[in-house]
Design a protein around this ligand. Sequence first.
Ligand code: ADP
Length: 191
Amino acid sequence: MSERLVIMGPQGAGKGTQAARLAEHLGVPAISTGDIFRANIKGGTELGLLAQSYTSKGELVPDEVTNAMVRDRVGQDDAAGGFILDGYPRNAAQVVELDAILADLGTGLDHVVELTAERPELLARLRKRAEIEGREDDTEETIARRLDIYDEQTAPLTSAYAERGLLVRVDGIGQVDEVTDRVLAGLAAAD
Ligand code: ADP
């Protein structure tokens, strides 16, 4: 099944985990803007240096940088049969740009999955992840900033996708397997 999916949800909702599982299930690549930035930061590239000055503070990387990166990645051969986009779009301008990128490729989105969870659960998960992974942007202050940006700029985007009939809302609380089953059931029901 070819699927062009966006997976949305607040930090700690389990987007990355579910994106990887869905990618395997659907046979399409999971594309995470956060992972691409982290790989560039680790590799010391020019993009990485620029990105880090924003990611380390929990701020969004400027749209022109992120948009160009996504356009390049989504246009690669392995994404021709579908993809799961994790971490993009994150603001209204990126929604417009994603539509343009896909229109230029002669295609469009099939579904947008929103994983939901309340802030106390998100904070508990992110604090645990901070202990395990030690991500530079998982400090208390930066976590709060990222969640605020999500509430202000990213969460409102789901209503636009709902109006287009693309949105599949899934409760992100529960065992990882259960949540994957819910997403797959939600996608099947939405077809
Ligand atoms: P999280 O969702 O936990 O904040 P991500 O791995 O998705 O983590 O993103 C890490 C950081 O990368 C973000 O805080 C932001 O600085 C940057 N980033 C990722 N995606 C985008 C995007 N679409 N637009 C701008 N910045 C982004």
